[in-house]
Design a protein around this ligand. Structure first.
Ligand code: NAD
Length: 294
């Protein structure tokens, strides 16, 4: 069994990116600059944003964190977005989700300049991705594709079952896996909460990408021998033996499944770090676009 180690792979790719930054910024060229907007004090969001900013600094990017209180209004957030759109020193930015309920996420998403939308959630980028035109791909699916590429996992002609149809993971990874690309070229089934005969469908999968948000959902009896398992889930479960009182687990029952499969991502340390690496790569694209005009 190959452990698809997102930490190890991210270290390699981020080193390549930091070399690129160092070489490109030898003169007086400024480094790439990513900004992140964080509204409220959701601990998970704070931790995600902190990790993204830290990763930027490690590769030599500039970063800006715009932190606003929970009661920030929709129009205040739209103003911040507008200012970032106009700021020539910022190449790309993200609005950390989820937003408080009183803010319409789609309205904010639509206000982001697509050329700075390094999360790839704007319909312009999403549509371009669907059509196979150059675009920013959402970071988690992009990170998974990088993983297939670097670990040389064959996806062509394989049956890939995606569990979950969210706009940020399930739907975009289904699209990317079905495209005539390498990696890609898979036969994709997208399963969701209303899917019938899910166990049978999973048993016919060469590749399972689990993105449901249900701890330990994928069990050994749902998995074909030698399948490849990508576990996107990040779930908090109680754990009295852990000083924090909880631990993070995936959507796959790793201990049950690991000896049956040919490759599997751990949680934590699998898709999570690859998501941040893909965001950093997207920011590089936003930055180099300014210089290369492509
Ligand atoms: P979501 O809650 O938006 O969507 C969950 C999806 O699972 C839905 O489409 C739903 O139809 C499907 N689903 C629910 N129950 C099901 C069932 N019994 N059978 C089949 N499908 C079912 O989720 P999301 O935002 O895509 O996130 C999914 C998980 O991935 C969460 O644990 C989240 O924390 C994690 N996540 C991780 C990363 C990362 O970087 N590793 C990034 C994004 C999300």
């Amino acid at each position: 069994m190959i452990l698809l180690d997102g930490n190890k792979l991210s270290t390699i790719i981020r080193k390549e990116i930091s070399d690129r930054v160092r070489d490109f910024c030898k003169t007086d060229t400024r480094p790439p600059h990513l900004a992140a907007i964080l509204i409220g004090d959701n601990p998970a969001s704070q931790s995600y944003v902190k990790n993204k900013i830290k990763a930027c600094e490690e590769v030599g990017y500039a970063s800006t964190l715009i932190k606003k209180p929970l009661h920030t209004t929709e129009s205040e957030l739209l103003d911040i977005v507008q200012r970032l759109n106009e700021n020539k020193e910022i190449d790309g930015y993200i609005v950390q989700l989820p937003l408080p309920r009183h803010i319409d996420e789609m309205k904010i998403n639509l206000a982001i300049d697509p050329s700075k939308d390094v999360d790839g959630f704007h319909p312009n980028n999403f549509g371009r991705m669907a059509l196979g035109i150059t675009a920013y791909h959402p970071a988690t699916p992009a990170g998974i594709m990088m993983m297939f590429d670097r670990y040389q996992i064959s996806t062509e002609g394989k049956h890939c079952v995606v569990l979950g149809r969210s706009n940020i993971v399930g739907t975009p990874i289904s699209l990317l896996m079905s495209k005539k690309t390498k990696p890609g070229n898979a036969t994709v089934t997208i399963a969701h909460s209303r899917t019938e005969n899910l166990k049978e469908i999973c048993l016919s999968a060469d590749i399972i990408i689990a993105a449901l948000g249900i701890p330990f959902f994928v069990k050994a009896d749902m998995v074909k021998p030698n399948a490849v398992i990508i576990d996107v889930g990040i779930n908090k479960i109680e754990d009295a033996s852990n000083p924090r009182g909880y631990r993070l687990v995936g959507d796959v029952d790793f201990e049950q499944v690991k000896n049956k499969v040919s490759a599997i991502t751990p949680v934590p340390g699998g898709v999570g770090p690859m998501t941040i690496t893909a965001l950093i790569e997207n920011t590089w694209k936003a930055y180099s676009k300014i210089y290369n005009n492509n």
